[in-house]
Design a protein around this ligand. Sequence first.
Ligand code: SF4
Length: 410
Amino acid sequence: MLADRTVFLPRMPSSHAMVTAAAFRGAGIDARPVPDSSERTLQLGRSCCSGEECFPLIITLGDFLRLLCDEGHPAERAAFFMPTSSGPCRFGQYADYIRMVLADRGFEAALVLSPTSENAYDGLGTGSLSLLRACWRGFVAADHLVAMLLRIRPHEVHPGAADAAFQRGIAEIVTVLEDPRTTLRLSSLRGAAERGRDALRRVETLRQPRPLIGVVGEIFCRNNAYSNMEMIRCLERHGAECWLPGVTEWVHYTNLEEKRRIRRRGERLSGRQLRSQIRQWVQDRDRAAIARAFAEDLVDRPEPEVGEMLSLGAPYLPSDAALGEMALSVARAVYLHRRGVAGVVDISPFTCMNAIVAEAVYPAVSQDCDGVPIRNFYFDGTQANLDRDVVVFLQLARSYASRRDNVKPV
Ligand code: SF4
């Protein structure tokens, strides 16, 4: 299906698009991230939308169209990666909508590659298990490097040093994954991740106290720097240190949902259940092997077990009724408070259904969590004064942190 085509991957974030593309190449499929988004992305994306659609759709569609319209990539040689889901919001419509627009514009020969969260993205065709495994390992390694980057960058002495070290680490992972001889060799990938870790360890830092800000929100918008106007860097510029969930959180969540679905359909002891269990067992094992290399560096940034984390959000949004990112965002906000953050920001697209529900619940969460400030930042490409809003939020976070620290027993 993918012979003679290039698979283009949305940047969610760029590092993960790079490692996923490398895993595809390691499986013999040409792949690369879409080019960096630009004003032209917005122009093309918006020209195919009515204004009711979510911002991530506009960005991904605009980037795909740029490749076909501006860069002249032949439609019959293109495959656009757009995972789907049957969750509670518009995400499930993206892939079909993109197919429709491409057909309208005469690009019906382009393929939209759309694995679904229904089966935890286990549907990429022959060889998909090896490819998924390589992608999973790449994600785990990239998540750990991102977490280290966010620990180090705000404190770097030489601006740009942490980013450069991080890019070296991602390049190491890419080299392993894109080589068919090493793409599935865990020891090679772990070695690459360790070299990235060591490069980040060598970055010279000067540690000053900074408010730790937990980040939640819609997965595309919080990870796609163009969509969120470089919000993480903006927070850092104004004195914060950030803590983001890894992309693997979503994979853990879809695994959990798949288990629930299997239970609900009475498919226990079925082949489907067995497949799902084996996959999760393999993923957990791979994850643990890579995570061990970062245990010391990320000791104060533990990733929660997703099922346990969701139970923290259950008093506000029960995760068996409120599905998807709204449940994850609310639960993680509670978790982050327990880990001592000074504030939580929810980075989401304007009109995001998940974020709107979560926003309605945050006041209750904040009240039960000692008044920790929680604020939604919405994006649609027209944000007027992000710096001002971030400065105001960080004032709240700082005063919350000093109040909290003053009442703590010594
Ligand atoms: S999560 Fe929000 S932005 Fe993403 S598809 Fe759903 S409603 Fe749209």
